[in-house]
Design a protein around this ligand. Structure first.
Ligand SMILES: Nc1ncnc2c1ncn2[C@@H]1O[C@H](COP(=O)(O)OP(=O)(O)OP(=O)(O)O)[C@@H](O)[C@H]1O
Length: 467
């Protein structure tokens, strides 16, 4: 029998063998019962309770009407549970949950995660999400969330799932959050070559406040991800057709639905922002001089806002001081690395200034580019951006230029994204870790509808005297 314990026979002998402890424990009848009968049965308690209930019913039926009742009573209950949808769902959920806990227990034991007292990471909460299961587990005494994180790959193999992710609870060291990723929620089982669009939750609603968290994507566990634009800038990169413009259109949609928001755009390809034109304050296409003029005008507005702050003796602009200005650039490369090098140098200096000083002046830059290399996105510009969103990239290096150096080696590479799942990328917000997600999608018809509502809202509000 394996198991060791310090001298003395009080308490439960450890099941896991610890070679550094010299004395083998003597299993008493009580401790053997706990280890080999009570604890394993506890994991089957729901099933045992169900069987017990059926046996009691059969006994009661036998007492009342004999054998006919003994057969009819348990079958009757089973029939009721199966035919009433609420009962059926509850029973299925309970059995599924019990099975998950048994599999989890067994995986932890095989992954050598038991403590010397035969304890494992205990599930305290489990939620079924589209990508699999999201658990909160209690860390047993003597272990840390890091132990589970180190064994995540072993646990994933034991559970036969795609991936197991572990995150320590930020408030409690004895709690960890575990994502059991069972399937790819972005895959289209009917036609893997077609990326199924996910409808944007704000597509059909009324006016919005652009300062609220904007839903932009769904992560691979089915959770909605939001971005708060105020005080931030965003850089989107990825190979052609990866879904950058589709992601940008969500930010444009949010801005369009907030009549107090100003939208400025620069679109080298003309067609990407064309649909948004009716709600835009100013748009330039592939013209360097116009793009420079537009950036200079935005800088003038920024300076005016800082002057307003200075004269008011304040440091923070509020919504009452003026609109939030969204500066959207689709295909940044055209402006930052054009054939006219002098003009591009000038534009780069303006763009860096806008991104660096614009945040406090309520100017938010959203920059999209196919090629985020150093010659296209000056590193000074890239380092100032709070949100980085890497759609599928051709190489790990390109992915790193968007997300930050070392991210690919840390396991976050947009080059690993399936080429068929358009709109899937890694979204990295300051202070967090990149999250695999798929952006919501606005079809051309939906964009037209959002724009029409944006125009109507602007007409309603009209006549405001902003700085
Ligand atoms: N979130 C999404 N859901 C479903 N399909 C998407 C999604 N995002 C993009 N797509 C599909 O991918 C196509 C290309 O998207 P998009 O134009 O946004 O790519 P892009 O990266 O801007 O391309 P380019 O760099 O050539 O401008 C879209 O027409 C659409 O069919």
């Amino acid at each position: 029998m394996s198991g060791v314990q310090a001298p003395g026979s009080v308490g439960l002998p450890p099941v896991r063998q610890r070679p550094d402890l010299p004395v083998r424990a003597r299993l008493t009848v009580g401790s053997a019962l706990i280890l080999w009968v009570i604890r394993p049965s506890w994991l089957w308690r729901r099933e045992l309770a169900a069987v017990g209930l059926l046996v009691v019913l059969a006994g009661a039926g036998w007492l009342v009407t004999g054998w006919a009742g003994a057969v009819a009573a348990p079958w009757g209950l089973a029939l009721v549970v199966c035919s009433v949808p609420v009962c059926r769902r509850r029973a299925a959920r309970t059995l599924r949950r019990a099975r998950l806990r048994r599999h989890w227990d067994r995986a932890c034991r095989f992954a050598n995660l038991t403590t010397v007292n035969d304890r494992v990471f205990r599930i305290v909460r489990d939620v079924v999400v589209p990508g699999g299961d999201r658990l909160t587990v209690r860390v047993p005494r003597g272990s840390t969330a890091g132990d589970l994180e180190d064994a995540a790959e072993t646990v994933a193999a034991l559970l036969s799932v795609r991936e197991v992710r572990v995150r320590r609870d930020s408030d409690r060291a004895d709690r960890a959050h575990v994502d059991i990723v069972r399937r790819d929620p972005f895959a289209n089982p009917d036609d893997p070559g077609v990326s199924l669009p996910i409808r944007w939750p704000w597509a059909g609603g009324g006016p919005r406040n652009v300062r609220d968290p904007i839903p932009v994507a769904v992560d691979d566990m089915g959770q909605t991800l939001t971005l708060k634009l105020e005080g931030k800038n965003i850089l989107l990169g990825g190979e052609p057709e990866a879904g950058k413009s589709a992601a940008l259109s969500l930010l444009l949609g949010a801005a369009a639905l907030d009549p107090s928001c100003e939208i400025w755009g620069a679109d080298a390809k003309r067609v990407e922002l064309a649909l948004w034109r009716p709600v835009m304050n100013r748009i330039v296409y592939g013209d360097m001089d116009q793009a420079i003029g537009q950036a200079e005008d935005l800088i003038k507005i920024m300076d005016q806002r800082y002057e307003l702050l200075e004269s008011a003796g304040r440091r923070v602009l509020t919504a009452a001081d003026g609109p939030l200005s969204l500066y959207v650039v689709d295909e940044l490369r055209f402006f930052t690395a054009s054939t006219d090098r002098k003009a591009s140098k000038h534009y780069n200096a303006l763009a860096v200034d806008l991104v660096a000083r614009g945040r406090a002046a309520r100017i938010v830059a959203c920059l999209a580019t196919q090629k985020p290399s150093a010659d296209v996105v000056p590193s000074t510009l890239r380092d100032l951006v709070g949100y980085r969103w890497a759609m599928r990239c051709t190489t790990r290096d390109v992915s790193d230029t968007i997300l930050g150096a070392g991210m690919a080696s840390a396991g976050y590479s947009a080059a690993d994204i399936d080429v068929r799942t358009r709109g899937v990328g890694l979204l990295h917000a300051e202070g967090g870790h990149p999250r695999l997600c798929k952006s919501f999608y606005l079809s051309d018809n939906e964009i037209t509808d959002v724009v029409a509502r944006g125009v109507a809202l602007r007409r309603l509000v009209g006549g405001e005297d902003w700085v």
